[in-house]
Write a protein that binds this ligand. Structure first.
Ligand code: 6PG
Length: 230
């Protein structure tokens, strides 16, 4: 695994450049760009600027997945899909069938198993045992969680499935989340962290001396980037 730390004063612009560079390379190499989007607040301005990017991206060749989703309908204020759709997806001509939304409105186990099927079926079209993201965006919480892989939750121990329904005691609710096997199968994972209050957690994660969930992201044969605004 190749790891890259980028400390930047132009966080949003640099994040968009990472995405458009990855898109150009993937489409040139494989004729398709498979990106995984993260939720939360950090990526929203990145998605908005990406939608306005003058970089010529053939959106017909872009496939979108989501690293996690809250167990809410797609029009709920808490929905990661809604955030990404309002900021980005509704502004670019990605074919609807290329956007694989996690159906947070379903019963959690059903939502997870349906998404597992979508990813396995898509991976099969590429003759892959497991879906391979060209670029997977991740955020990190102030407890070191990423996607919806929260400390001391069952999903941390998943070694086979790509997607699970994970009960999160701190919220007393389920989240649907990608698992470490799927995350670590990516060609390139990029953490986007722009909150200085998370600096100490980032340092502990990068030190390798922690068992924070984010520390368990290491794409075996891929690249890991940390884009940090501090
Ligand atoms: C979510 C995200 C989650 C997020 C972190 C950071 O559904 O909330 O997937 O993993 O990336 O909690 O969130 P902020 O960007 O809002 O700090």
């Amino acid at each position: 695994m190749k790891r890259r730390l980028i400390h930047t004063n132009s966080f949003v612009e640099d994040a968009v450049n990472i995405i458009t560079d990855a898109a150009r390379d993937a489409i040139e190499t494989n004729g398709i760009f498979r990106i995984g989007l993260c939720g939360g607040n950090t990526p929203k301005p990145v998605y908005s600027l990406l939608a306005k990017s003058r970089e010529p991206i053939d959106w017909n060749k872009v496939l979108v997945t989501f690293g996690d989703e809250r167990c809410v309908p797609p029009d709920d204020a808490q929905s990661n899909y809604r955030m990404a759709n309002e900021a980005f997806l509704s502004h670019v001509p990605i074919p609807a069938e290329n956007v694989h939304r996690i159906q947070g409105e379903l019963e959690p186990e059903k939502a997870a198993s349906d998404y597992e099927h979508v990813l396995l079926e898509s991976a099969g079209r590429f003759s892959e045992p497991r879906y391979v993201h060209d670029l997977l965006l991740l955020g990190m919480g102030d407890d070191g969680h990423t996607a919806s892989l929260f400390p001391e939750t069952a999903a941390l121990e998943e070694t086979d499935r790509n997607v699970v329904a994970n009960f999160v005691p701190k919220f007393d609710t389920h989240r649907i989340t990608m698992t470490f096997p799927l995350i670590n199968a990516a060609r390139h994972v990029c953490f986007l962290v722009n909150d200085p209050a998370k600096e100490s957690i980032v340092e502990k994660v990068l030190s390798g001396m922690s068992d924070y969930p984010a520390a368990r992201v290491h794409p075996e044969s891929g690249e890991l980037t940390w884009l940090l605004s501090f």
